[in-house]
Write a protein that binds this ligand. Structure first.
Ligand code: FAD
Length: 379
């Protein structure tokens, strides 16, 4: 059987491992972090994520859709909170019953690693840092305990995220187009605890506090908490939230109802502990190199999170790749060329849509269409 080396055991690396396990390939996954299943606290981005049909279809391909959807909280539409802290408006996502699902990132990642590992032909190497890839030799070099190891395979997948070491080592490759853009907004994650052992807000909605230049969202978790994320320009964090009284004043003025639920002490403790995180959008072309190297997930197409499609699109990469490999009867060089030809265009389009939704979400209240629908009492 052919062998695949996967750089990164995050969401996309783990799902790719499940797909290749199913095909019976030899699979080796190299992950920089320790095994998250054994960690007390996993640092990193967004505690929960919105899983949409695109992602569900990819999970279905490895038999995980039903289980994962059951583990999440369905969201049927947006609930927009006004500045007065008392009124809100509902915007359904689609027809009655249509919904996205709020999923815990860590749980999802753990379930996929465990599923992949059930196959005897799959091995995960944690605390192994990918250093570089050699396209001509079809080799991946990783470092563990200061020792460099080089592995060779028919296929090498870069699934090592937005700051991909695999992609970095390809940067000098001829005719490789690459563009990255940091938006002026950063984000901070907060928490709403349960109230009387139940959800403090309506759970089955994507809560949104659009305030023009900044915005806040909240998604429910199965343990009755909400993960709250405030997005604002770094200058707003620096100038308008530079000390305790300014932070509280900012939340009182803009997110009064949420502040009451989060509690002032929690907001201050969070702002003392964490710094706003940056958001980057990355386009590159092609996604494949030589006969064996391919970038998937954020390594190929990191996008701003406002369309909720980064993971979903990365999951779709896994499904599309699997189907194309099957269609080309394991002719990897051909399959990678075909994949890159179709997928680059799709990825660039969704990156643009995510950037467009960035404008929409933060400034929803000022949109003519929104005002008109509100006036007509449609929301
Ligand atoms: P990652 O999740 O970044 O995983 C990469 C893995 O590679 C990690 O495990 C990392 O440790 C490992 N790694 C990195 N470097 C190396 C190395 N040198 N060697 C070995 N291993 C390495 N998407 C959605 O679809 N819906 C959402 O609701 C959503 N919300 C989001 C909210 C926020 C605030 C943010 C920032 C993003 C959000 N996203 C969302 C996007 C989503 O998080 C990413 O698209 C997704 O995590 C990409 O998965 P990945 O596996 O490609 O990369």
């Amino acid at each position: 059987m052919p062998k695949v080396l996967i750089a990164g055991a995050g969401l996309v690396g783990a799902l790719n491992a499940c797909y290749f396990a199913q095909k019976g390939w030899d699979v080796e996954v190299y992950e920089f972090r320790p095994d998250i299943r054994k960690m007390e606290h996993v640092p990193g981005r967004s505690i929960n994520l919105a899983l949409s049909d695109r992602g569900k279809a990819a999970l279905e391909g490895v038999g995980l859709k039903e289980y994962i959807v059951q583990q999440g909280v369905p969201l049927y539409g947006r609930l927009v909170h006004d500045k007065d802290g008392k009124t809100f408006h509902r915007i359904p996502y689609g027809q009655p019953g249509q919904h996205i699902v709020s999923i815990n990132r860590r749980h999802l990642n753990e379930v996929m690693i465990t599923l992949a590992e059930k196959s005897p032909n799959v091995r995960f190497f944690f605390e192994h840092k990918v250093k570089s890839v050699n396209v001509e030799k079809q080799e991946l070099t990783v470092i563990c305990d200061g020792i460099e190891l080089t592995q060779k395979a028919e296929l090498i997948l870069g699934c090592d995220g937005a700051y991909s070491a695999v992609r970095r080592s390809l940067a000098a490759y001829p005719r490789f187009d690459f563009a990255q853009e940091y938006i002026e907004h950063g984000y901070v994650e907060l928490n709403i605890l349960p109230k009387n052992k139940d959800f403090a807000l309506e759970p089955n909605a994507f809560h949104l506090w659009p305030r023009g230049d900044y915005t806040m969202i909240a998604l429910a978790n199965r343990d009755h908490t909400f993960t709250v994320t405030i997005f604002a320009p770094f200058r707003v964090f620096e100038e308008q939230m530079s000390n305790d009284s300014d932070i509280i004043k900012f939340f009182e003025e803009n997110f009064h109802d949420a502040l009451e639920l989060m509690g002032r002490a929690h907001v201050l403790e969070t702002f003392h502990r964490v710094r706003p995180q940056s958001l980057v959008s990355i386009k590159c072309k092609p996604h494949h190199f030589g006969k064996s190297v391919l970038l998937t997930g954020d390594a190929a197409h990191a996008m701003v999170p406002f369309y909720g499609q980064g993971m979903n699109c990365g999951f779709e990469d896994c499904l599309v790749l699997s189907e194309i490999i099957d269609q080309h009867a394991n002719d990897i060089p051909k399959a990678l060329r075909v994949y890159s030809e179709t997928r680059v265009k799709d990825a660039h389009n969704i990156i643009d849509l995510a950037m467009y939704n960035y404008e929409e979400l933060k400034d929803l209240v000022n949109h003519t269409s929104y005002k008109l629908r509100k006036k007509l009492d449609l929301i």
